[in-house]
Design a protein around this ligand. Structure first.
Ligand SMILES: Cc1ncc(COP(=O)(O)O)c(C=O)c1O
Length: 386
């Protein structure tokens, strides 16, 4: 492993790390101290300038969106912001015609539940959902997903990594299959963006969604959407509002003339505070670089998996680093009780049914935090019923 990534990076910029063992960046990245400064600046601008503050806030939407775009290889102007992934995917749903023979939306059985709610509800508006099953609750063969995508598929919605196992989906092959049959692909990259390098243009992806509060260390309130530029004008969301109009400040009556830019995926007044506090996290990821983050993450997740296996615990994440995102799922009897006990001891991680403890290092994680996690875990397990 290269020497330069063996030490934690930028650790001093994340105050939470001084008083916790932080192994939960797959769920909630640590807060950068600079996020507080960004929020204070927002308040100062609002207090100083009232409505005129919009002149400074509005351009920041595009800047923050492009900052995310740079992390995923997107061209400037092809990424946009929204409150969360569920709303952004719901807006995509309204932009797709499910009225003809091509009326299926296909997703995999390991999809994040929130998105299954969105797509299942779309049956009320003519979509037919099709779910690709998993045999082991952790992975789904790529061939099975590709075989399920056909001329009836309007849209395939696929997680880049499954929230329940961390296994990566082969989105390059799935995108190629979608292209072959004329379906669109929407990738939910929440579990990978900021820890697994990928390039939306190299992969020629159609639509990608994600958010800021996990690996991007941006806190809640800054979801994002990438759309392949050639596709943008084909999509006219019905979840809309004045910000999505080609001339928002002309305040013209309906019908809307959708903006030709990514603003067409906007809706009403944008939630500026959620966006501005996210930017320092995005900047930290850019500063460290996702290749470096991945390199260090692989070293530490490999260690976590090996230590768990050495204790006879079940590892629910692929052992091959190239098949997983940035965390390890560890299961054992009473794992949920252990989770509560660990959090009470300020060892931050999470628990998901069917997966067990989800444990993740990030660029700021010290090796000693992993030592502490295992020593606390050993102590807690020694007191659990067998
Ligand atoms: C795979 C995946 N997608 C999406 C989300 C979040 O969706 P939303 O932004 O709608 O809360 C999560 C977790 O919070 C997730 O793990």
């Amino acid at each position: 492993m290269a020497e330069r990534t063996s030490a934690p990076l930028l650790r001093e910029r994340f105050p939470t790390l001084a008083h916790s063992t932080y192994l939960v960046s797959h769920s909630m990245g640590a807060a950068p101290a600079a996020a507080r400064d960004a929020l204070e600046r927002y308040m100062d601008e609002w207090i100083a300038d009232g409505p005129e503050a919009w002149n400074r806030w509005l351009p920041r939407i595009g800047e923050i969106a492009d900052g995310i775009g740079r992390l995923i290889g997107a061209a400037a102007g092809s990424t946009f912001l929204g409150p969360n992934v569920s709303v952004l995917q719901a807006a995509i749903a309204t932009a797709i015609d499910f009225g003809g023979k091509r009326n299926e939306v296909l997703y995999e059985a390991l999809q994040f539940p929130s998105l299954t709610y969105v797509w299942k509800e779309w049956e009320r508006y003519g979509a037919r959902t099709r779910i690709v099953p998993s045999d082991d609750g952790r992975t789904i063969p790529t061939e099975r997903i590709c075989a399920a995508i056909n001329e009836r598929t309007a849209l395939a919605v696929i997680s880049h990594a499954y929230y329940v196992s961390g296994a990566l989906a082969d989105i390059a092959t799935i995108q190629a299959r979608c292209r072959e049959v004329g379906a669109l692909l929407c990738v939910d990259a929440y579990q990978t963006t900021g820890v697994v390098p990928y390039d939306v243009q190299a992969l020629d992806l159609d639509i990608v969604t994600g958010g800021s509060h996990k690996w991007l260390c941006g806190g809640p309130g800054c979801g994002w959407l990438y759309v392949r530029p050639a596709l943008v004008e084909r999509l006219r969301p019905a979840v809309t509002g004045w910000m999505a109009h080609e001339r928002p400040f002309a305040f013209e009556a309906a019908p809307i003339e959708h903006a030709r830019s990514m603003y067409r995926f906007g809706h009403g007044t944008p939630t500026i505070p959620g966006y501005v506090i996210a930017q320092p996290g995005h900047a930290a990821i850019a500063e460290v670089g996702i290749e470096r983050i991945r390199e260090r993450n692989i070293r530490l997740t490999t260690r976590i998996a090996e230590e768990a296996l050495a204790r006879g615990l079940r590892v629910n994440t692929p052992l091959e680093p190239e098949k997983r995102t940035g965390w390890i799922g560890i299961d054992f009897p009473h794992a949920e009780r252990a989770y509560h006990e660990l959090v009470a001891r300020r060892v931050f991680l999470d628990y998901r049914p069917g997966c067990g403890l989800r444990v993740s290092p990030h660029f700021y994680t010290a090796d000693e935090e992993i030592d502490r996690f295992f020593s606390e875990l050993d102590e807690i397990r020694s007191k659990l019923p067998t």
